[in-house]
Design a binder for this molecule. Structure first.
Ligand SMILES: C[S@@+](CC[C@H](N)C(=O)[O-])C[C@H]1O[C@@H](n2cnc3c(N)ncnc32)[C@H](O)[C@@H]1O
Length: 252
């Protein structure tokens, strides 16, 4: 049974602050993603899949913009799934599944989606698995449906400038941590581990993700565009760019 989390809004807010320390333009990429959904939607309520959705950031914003949307969120982290459940309630189907394994679509409540949206997550997967996942996502989309993946995806043409941009961004982040302006990734998880309701879920998480973070494998945007083309999408391109991050889009 999902535990009762009374202060879910406060946890959502601190998750957002913690993520924005890495992604100052985080909200902009979500808006761009939802603009793409708006562009392909017809008269029926859009059916959306929030992949590796964590606390439900994309689902919550999608439901604000499209209140009639049918939303499914998939993730593997028990603590983040509990927060997503607390915030989304019965407005979304919340599914625990491992995107690292090919049987994850069997856990979904639907076989077809209008859009699959994902942010700052798929770099947790190894290259060969992500390439296969792109093909699995294509199979879940209706013709004309789309995938948007926003993640760390440097521009191939700017290798040296990218290094400098990342170094400066890290300096700014370190200064914000030092000033106590935002929680760091590890501070956020330490706080969650001190919460009596979240603690047992954080302990389960430590077994699922022993290192606690992603392997930080972040190939350039061209890798994603090639992998999406190979996965059989009809249109593939870059929807949004900000510094060393991008959102790629692929239309079935
Ligand atoms: C940095 S969080 C981003 C969450 C959310 N998309 C956001 O923008 O706030 C990365 C997410 O990927 C999820 N994730 C990583 N590997 C996964 C896997 N193999 N299966 C399902 N989810 C996974 C993590 O549990 C975590 O929720």
């Amino acid at each position: 049974m999902t535990p009762y989390i009374a202060d879910a809004d406060a946890w959502q807010e601190s998750w957002d602050r913690q993520q924005e320390a890495y992604l100052p333009d985080r909200e902009h990429r979500f808006t761009t993603m939802l603009d793409a959904v708006d562009a392909i939607r017809d008269t029926a309520p859009p059916r959306l899949l929030d992949l590796a959705g964590g606390t439900g950031t994309i689902s919550l914003r999608a439901l604000r913009r499209f209140p009639d949307a049918e939303v499914t969120l998939v993730d593997l982290d028990p603590a983040l799934l509990a927060l997503a459940t607390a915030s989304l309630g019965d407005r979304a189907a919340i599914v625990s599944a491992d995107l690292g394994k090919p049987d994850w679509p069997a856990a979904l409540p639907h076989r077809r989606y209008d859009a699959v949206l994902t942010a700052t997550a798929l770099h947790w997967l190894p290259a060969d698995r992500l390439a296969t996942l792109y093909a699995e996502i294509r199979d879940l989309l209706r013709p004309g449906g789309l995938l948007v993946n926003a993640d760390h995806m440097p521009d191939d043409a700017l290798p040296e400038l990218t290094k400098r941009l990342l170094a400066r961004a890290e300096e700014r982040r370190t200064a914000r941590y030092a000033a106590g302006a935002v929680p760091s990734w590890s501070q956020w998880w330490d706080q969650a581990a001190q919460d009596p309701v979240l603690r047992p879920l954080v302990e389960q998480r430590q077994v699922i993700y022993p290192s606690g973070h992603s392997p930080e494998w972040t190939p350039p945007v061209s890798w994603h565009l090639d992998a999406l083309t190979d996965a059989g999408f009809r249109e593939v391109g870059t929807l949004w760019r900000g510094g060393a991050d991008a959102a790629v889009v692929a239309v079935r």
